[in-house]
Design a protein around this ligand. Structure first.
Ligand SMILES: NC(=O)c1ccc[n+]([C@@H]2O[C@H](COP(=O)([O-])OP(=O)(O)OC[C@H]3O[C@@H](n4cnc5c(N)ncnc54)[C@H](OP(=O)(O)O)[C@@H]3O)[C@@H](O)[C@H]2O)c1
Length: 253
């Protein structure tokens, strides 16, 4: 255990994986800043959980906006005084029904802003704090995806940004070493959240068919995040893949 109170920022904490992970960290004794665009969703996430509100903070944040990201880290420092973990979780895709050639540049840019620019801006802020604090260092976990390895049909913005996150993880892990900052990535497949609701009715497969895919309880992801977060800084899960066991991925289906 650390000798100080441990502090985390979780982006996209108002729903799904972010919410489950932020609540699991609270339960494990962390102080947690919940970030996301919808302030009401952040408040509701905490209110419905029975968690200790005094160790939680909510900051309405669009991670694609540099000023709002600065405000998130400033508010967290103001309330908790340090930062031990950043979970870069916020993310989105485009509708899987739109062909690559029909996507607008605005749709492309919206996904890049949330899935790639956001994690970069948050990583910069985390580096600035973590390298200067005492005790020094901290951990960053990036939320990649199975799509950081293999695409789904009509997913070019999502797949491209999730592949790019792997590059950000590797580059920031390398650059973080000198400051005792550990960076890792979790690649998730089919956790039961709003984002994967469509799997229940069937999703387009690489061979053109549409199939129902199995999903897993999001709590398994939250438990994995707590495991990664609780490691001492001398150890790091660089990449973890956690997926619904029988979803199509290995081999060719
Ligand atoms: N579920 C899966 O099986 C799965 C698999 C692979 C990867 N992932 C990744 O896991 C992450 C979370 O997904 P999820 O399944 O939990 O879906 P989700 O419930 O839709 O969560 C996405 C979260 O991101 C937040 N968000 C979106 N745009 C944002 C922005 N500009 N600034 C700040 N927050 C923003 C949303 O809140 P607001 O709308 O309030 O901002 C929402 O809380 C994503 O990065 C996703 O790619 C999920």
């Amino acid at each position: 255990m650390a000798s100080h109170d441990r502090v985390a920022i979780v982006t996209g904490a108002g729903s799904g994986i972010g919410k489950a992970s932020a609540l699991a960290l609270l339960k494990a004794g962390w102080h947690v800043a919940f970030a996301g665009r919808r302030a009401d969703a952040l408040e509701k996430a905490i209110a419905g959980s029975g968690a200790d509100r005094s160790r939680a903070l909510t900051v309405a944040t669009d991670v694609g906006k540099p000023d709002q990201v600065k405000n998130l880290f400033a508010k967290t420092m103001e309330k908790f005084g340090r930062l031990d973990l950043l979970f870069n979780n916020a993310g989105m895709g485009t509708p899987g029904t739109i062909n690559l050639e029909d996507l607008t540049v605005e749709q492309w840019q919206a996904v890049v802003a949330v899935n790639l620019t956001g994690p970069f801006l948050c990583t910069q802020e985390a580096f600035r704090i973590m390298k200067a604090q005492t005790p020094r260092g901290g951990r960053i976990i990036n939320n990649g995806s199975i799509s950081a390895h293999a695409p789904r049909p009509n997913s070019s913005p999502y797949t491209a940004t999730k592949h790019a996150i792997t590059g950000l993880t590797r580059a920031s892990m390398l650059d973080g070493r000198k400051y005792d900052i550990a960076v890792g990535q979790i690649d998730i497949g089919n956790a039961a959240t709003e984002m994967t609701e469509r799997m229940v009715n069937g999703v387009a497969q690489a061979d053109g068919s549409v199939k129902v895919e199995p999903r897993m309880d999001v709590q398994h992801v939250a438990d994995a995040i707590v495991h990664m977060a609780n490691l001492p800084l001398e150890s790091n899960v660089l990449f973890m893949t956690i997926k619904a066991t029988k979803m199509p991925f290995e081999g060719r289906g």
